[in-house]
Design a protein around this ligand. Sequence first.
Ligand code: SAH
Ligand code: SF4
Length: 359
Amino acid sequence: MGEYRQDLIDRAARDHVLNASEIESLLTDDEAEKALAAAADRVRQEFVGDGVHLRGLIEFSNICRCHCMYCGLRCDNSKIERYRLSPDEIVELADKARGYGYHTVVLQSGEDLQFTAPVLCGIIRRIKAMDLAVTLSVGERSYEEYQAFREAGADRYLLRIETTDAALYERWDPGMSHARRIQCTLDLKKLGYEVGTGTLVGLPGQTPAMIARDILWYQQIDADMVGIGPLIPNGDTPLGKAAPGDWHLTRRMVSLLRLLLPEANIPATTAMETMVPHGREVILNSGANVVMPNVTEGDFRRKYALYPGKICVADTPADCRACMGGRIRAMGRFVAADKGFRHHGRRRQDDERAKVCNH
Ligand code: SAH
Ligand code: SF4
């Protein structure tokens, strides 16, 4: 078994191809975890280098029209205190993010339709004028709206598929259509966004075979970014008593993603650190190359409660920037000083050090 396992990992690291049953066998193999992480770390170094891209996350509204059964922002949750930042407040946070040395901001919210396309486009234009890359994560919109955001200057879009199993998706995201989610993802690709997708690991009823198919789908659509995290049960939602997602399975999935999508930008997500202290370092050493520190201020951090136990809710954006910068340097990596667009092909050794940021 040991030799077969190592052969599979070596083959994945060399050819970046495995079939569904091979992926599944590694996902479910506890003993493969260290070797997978080591191989993914090497492939990460070779394709995207030692730079860690920091994206400043602005959680600008926790108002949502959807009913996702796991998420604290779902419209049926009456316990959460709702808020919505004004366009001026959002632009001001982006300006501060630039001051902390970020080169990208991620504008994330519930599906809040008060942010119409013209309103969001105005915000995007003002932030683009500051020479920041803009990533949106505001859920499902029409093709025309995605087009308008793109024309206003948005560079990237995060919309996790959550699971590629249509029945499982529609069970836990009632009222939503899996076919529509796929269409949104393909629309975003067609419009020239860098597209981020990803899996919510641990949805009740999800199997390793489904997760293996998720990875193959990410390869098939040539995902630019893949963000995954374990389910953290939220007591104010119908999945409050579900088992948490398996942290180790999630780690093995990150490593497999790096082996099979070597050029992708892969974040070490906040949910990984909510479950395990210093979880983001472990994930950065298991294939990931992106971190999204929070730049939301004050009480809004606490109120943006997708799940309980969220880290750093009492910290300031400056604290988070300094903390992550120090932790990345302590790992022997560096904070990348460019906007962090997707690499194509193997990294050129000579550009790497030119991009070091000394913040
Ligand atoms: N409304 C947008 C963006 C905000 S939600 C959207 O849904 O795309 C961002 C992500 O948070 C979701 O894709 C989901 O995977 C994750 N999330 C929500 N609730 C969670 C929970 N209880 N545990 C872990 N991740 C969760
Ligand atoms: Fe809304 Fe996103 Fe939460 Fe679903 S996951 S309820 S769309 S914020």
